[in-house]
Design a protein around this ligand. Sequence first.
Ligand SMILES: [Zn+2]
Length: 136
Amino acid sequence: MQSEIPDHLRRLVIERAGNCCEYCLLPQWAALHKHEPDHLIPRQHDGKTEEGNLALACFRCNRYKGPNVGAFDPVTGQLVPLFNPRLHKWADHFVLEGATIRALTAEARVTIKLLHLNDEDHITERRHLLDAGLYG
Ligand SMILES: [Zn+2]
C-alpha cells in the first residue's frame, strides 16, 4: 500500500507533520513501526492521494482509523466527523493532561475513542516520553 504514494508526497507529509503522528503526536523515532501517510478520506470513499487528503499517522492510529471518516459521539450519540489535521489545529481540539489526551470538542471525543488514543499502552509510552522531555 505504501508504494502507491509517490516519494515526493510521502516526504512532504512527513516533513509537514514534523515526523510525528498527527493524531497522537508520537514521534517517528519512538515508534516500533514506520508512520504512514493516512488518507483522511479513504481511497475506498474516493479519497485522492494528494497532499490535502493526507496526514501522517502512526501504525496504531492508522489501523484503528481504517476507512472511517466519523464516529458516534459517546456524549451526544451524534455522528461526528473525525479530527482532520488538514482542517483543524490539534491544540484547538485536544489538550494533554499528564499523559492523557483530553478532548475539547466532539471531533476530538470521537477521535480519541475510535483511535484508542488513551489505551493503557499509549499512556505508558507517552508518560515515558514526557518524563524524558521528548513529547508534546
Ligand atoms: Zn498515532
